[in-house]
Design a protein around this ligand. Structure first.
Ligand code: NCD
Length: 310
């Protein structure tokens, strides 16, 4: 594996499978009553969050702590960033504090890539602008594998605001590496211009794609990134692209419904669909911790997993 995890495209098929298999192993250990492993004792992981986040920041923190790493949480609010300090100066400060890994979320696409040029430790992209969110794609793939087995030839449909979604881009890249067939469904205004070169199909018609799907991943409409009207009204969006009860009823019997969160209940997904047993939304959160443990463990080259008796 490379030293950094910045894009899902950094992962070969073997790398991705190694992470997923390691996460499986870690999940078995996490089922024990004592969840903590001594593997990354004495290592320092810095969480550098320039954008709001609930689950991703907490998930990385829990993952690092379960591996016994020291965790430093940095959020831009209340820091010298609000005094105009540059990303480079912030990076050099972290470097001086001896960070072995820096987990970064930033509003600018490309920020983790820049950071990787300035620090000695590993950089993990926890979401950069509208670019990528590779650990979300890994936890999604992990969740799909647990429900469906191998992803080879499975049909995954990703629906909604693809234009602003780093989750969609990372998922398309990782899922195609793992042999799944991805179809993106969105109104034309919510698809990036470059989508033609992505390794996936595109459709504007949710109802024609749903009956063939093994996985339906609903995305949030990211209003905070919208500076114009991308669709007529919320009702109209919901009617054409929302996963409501009627559409849910037409899914294959063993199909699963996913959402990376945070959800707009009633908009892209009906509350009862989100809460159904075929939805993996809560599992995705739990699996996020195990998957991120696997990533940190493999990037930081922790001690052997097998020998740790609890
Ligand atoms: C996503 C993100 O921040 O990219 N959420 C997440 O990490 N679980 C998606 C979103 O904000 O809608």
């Amino acid at each position: 594996m490379k030293r950094h995890l910045i894009s899902a495209a950094d992962l070969s098929r073997d790398d991705a499978l190694l992470i997923l298999d390691t996460a499986d192993e870690l999940a078995r250990i996490s089922d024990r009553s004592i969840k903590k492993l001594p593997t990354l004792r004495g290592r320092t992981v810095v969480n550098l969050f320039f954008e709001d986040s609930t689950r991703t920041r907490i998930s990385f923190e829990a993952a690092a702590k379960r591996l016994s790493a020291d965790v430093i949480n940095f959020s831009a609010k209340g820091s010298s960033v609000s005094k105009g300090e540059s990303l480079k100066d912030t990076a050099l400060t972290l470097e001086a504090m001896g960070a072995d890994a820096v987990v970064i979320r930033h509003g600018a696409s490309g920020a983790p890539h820049r950071l990787a040029g300035w620090v000695r430790g590993s950089v993990v992209n926890a979401g950069d602008g509208t670019h990528e969110h590779p650990t979300q794609a890994l936890l999604d793939a992990f969740t799909m594998r647990r429900r469906l087995g191998s992803l080879e030839g499975r049909r995954v449909t990703v629906v909604g605001d693809i234009l602003h979604s780093r989750v969609a881009r990372s998922n398309v890249l990782l899922l195609s590496t793992l042999g799944a067939e991805v179809t993106l469904v969105a109104p034309p205004t919510l698809l990036p211009v470059s989508v033609g070169s992505w390794p996936c199909e595109v459709s504007y018609d949710l109802d024609s794609v749903l009956p063939k799907s093994d996985v339906v991943m609903m995305l949030r409409v990211q209003r905070e990134r919208m500076n114009a009207a991308f669709f007529p009204t919320e009702r109209e969006y919901s009617r054409r692209y929302g996963l409501d009860r009627e559409r849910f009823a037409r899914l294959k019997e063993d199909a699963v419904v996913m959402h990376p969160g945070p959800m707009n209940r009633g908009m892209e997904i009906a509350a009862e669909v989100a809460d159904s047993p075929r939805s993996t939304i809560v599992e995705q959160v739990a699996n996020g911790v195990t998957t991120r443990m696997a990533v940190l463990y493999l990037l930081l080259g922790g001690a052997d997993l097998g020998g740790e008796d609890q």
